[in-house]
Ligand binder design. Structure first.
Ligand code: ADP
Length: 169
């Protein structure tokens, strides 16, 4: 399983995969952080398709095409904002990963790259988010042999180290 899961430092908009995951807001209206970077790299057609999709509740995900991205699709997952940890944040974050894998199965997708959902502007502590993300990714890899590769793309070296520690733990 380990060779099907990779952790890298980089820019997710450069990743060629069947899908990259966007840390979206529930309006699917674009924004800052990784969301803004994905929309800039994909071009205005992405926002136009998002407008036809409508809203997406926290913990769920929606799929669009990737347009000018090297990735074929974008899966827009809406992570929770951090309110201190007692408002279902862990479960909502886990649900983003599960929703993404469910969409991949429906669409026959085999490779995907995730950013560290909710750990930027939404304030979810990455030390708590990493084990949740890795648990859900490992569960999906164990359950679905058709998944070829899951890449987690960390923007900073520090975030990569947090994930590497969580993977080893
Ligand atoms: P959220 O609102 O879900 O917290 P952010 O985009 O603010 O989303 O942050 C999520 C994570 O994405 C953060 O760790 C941030 O550093 C990272 N990030 C920002 N830009 C990129 C990018 N181009 N590629 C990969 N990760 C990115």
């Amino acid at each position: 399983m380990t060779e099907r899961l990779e952790l890298i430092q980089g820019d997710i908009t450069r990743i060629a995969a069947d899908a990259i995951v966007n840390a979206a807001n529930s309006g699917l209206s674009g924004g800052g952080g990784v969301d803004g970077a994905i929309h800039r790299a994909a071009g205005p057609e992405l926002l136009a398709e998002c407008r036809t999709v409508g809203r997406c509740p926290t913990g769920e995900a929606r799929i669009t095409r990737g347009y000018r991205l090297p990735a074929a699709h974008v899966i827009h997952a809406v992570g929770p904002s951090w309110w201190g940890g007692d408002r279902g944040e862990d479960e909502l974050l886990a649900s983003c990963y599960r929703s993404t894998f469910a969409l991949m199965e429906q669409h026959g997708l085999r490779t995907v790259a995730f950013p560290a959902i909710s750990t930027g502007a939404y304030g979810f502590p990455i030390e708590r988010a990493a084990p949740i993300a890795l648990r859900e990714i490992r569960a999906a890899l164990a359950r679905r042999p058709e998944l070829e590769r899951v890449t987690v793309v960390l923007f900073s070296e520090q975030d990569l180290k947090v994930y590497q520690r969580a993977l080893g733990a």
